[in-house]
Design a binder for this molecule. Sequence first.
Ligand code: FE2
Length: 424
Amino acid sequence: MLDLLIRNARIVGATDRLQDIAVKDGQIVDVAPSISGDTAKEYDADGYLVSTPFIDSHFHMDATLSYGRPRVNESGTLLEGIALWGELKPQLDASDIKQRAHELCRWAIAKGNLAIRSHVDICDPELLAVDALLEVVKEVAPYLDLQLVAFPQDGFLRDPGAREQLIRALDKGVHVVGGIPHFERSMAEGSLSVSELCRLAAERGLQVDMHCDESDDPLSRHVEMLAQETVRFGLQGRVAGSHLTSMHSMDNYYVSKLIPLMQEAQLHVIANPLINITLQGRHDSYPKRRGMTRVKELAAAGLNVAFGHDCVMDPWYSLGSHDMLEVAQMGLHVAQMTGQEEMREMFRAVTSNAAKAVGVEGYGTEVGCNADLIVLQARDEIEALRLRPVRLAVFRRGKLISQTAKQVSTVTLDDGPVEVDFTL
Ligand code: FE2
């Protein structure tokens, strides 16, 4: 007796045919053109795209949905955002942080995002957000994998309390070591912070994910240092460089040396298209740099490139609904990833590549994988990127946890009503 049978699925990566997916005990137990047998529940995907869930590989859960508090970011700049966060932090309490995080998780689930890596600011001696979000991790675990990164927003070396608080956050159970080398006092202190944080991760057997070179400075060199220290401490494949926006502005000759170094370190690259292109290039007149890292070149070199949402309605970004297809679509445009295989790579940047970057286990559509699946009102990945369609169904371990009605418009002209769904 099966728990669930999904019929007529166009499975991501094999959308040229219809298949059934059988689920038992929260796992995929069979994938075939036609599966027979008793099942407790049946879902007809009706030829729509069935995918593994979206993964947000870079987010800030402690700040999300705080838009307008205590005031809005009038200029929309990074600096006003940081000042605003400084004003807001003393006003936060645990129940407020948890309430906003739970609301965001509901948005995420409705959009089919079932794993989020969130940085949490540890530059608060009380570690209020750390404690609150560690509780949220447990509370949402049946539905969504929430992973936390200990993020020293005010600098690991620059903020006198950051080292002790970061270690305390890890002791409490925060999963990943974060950093922000470009925000330290000097290039030398930035390098030192990379080295010390990588050592800490190696000693504790943890992953690393640093905000790295989130600037327009063509001479910023922390990505290089991150790659070097990853190799030195044997952390290959366990380190992510988030943002890497300085790579947009670097000299091409230098990048031709840097990318092989990143390959050697097996760095995961996490770009945040919506945020990078709105916050970077603010000192430019024209031509105006867009600031997103070199997605096309990094992907072509075989590096694992993922995208994060970074912000939704917080001091840095007033917009967003936690739609990872919006992120992928923006990334596709900015990186000019318009080739057929390049567009599929952009879909992977918010699904399988992101899962690899943050280490989601049991992720896939093959037999033996967790039955975490979403149904999109599209026929393939490229149509999904074009339409950013509704998530008709979201399954977690084979259980239906979110549904959205199919969207069809009825256009009534002189010749009567005609249904439009934007497909050919
Ligand atoms: Fe970030």
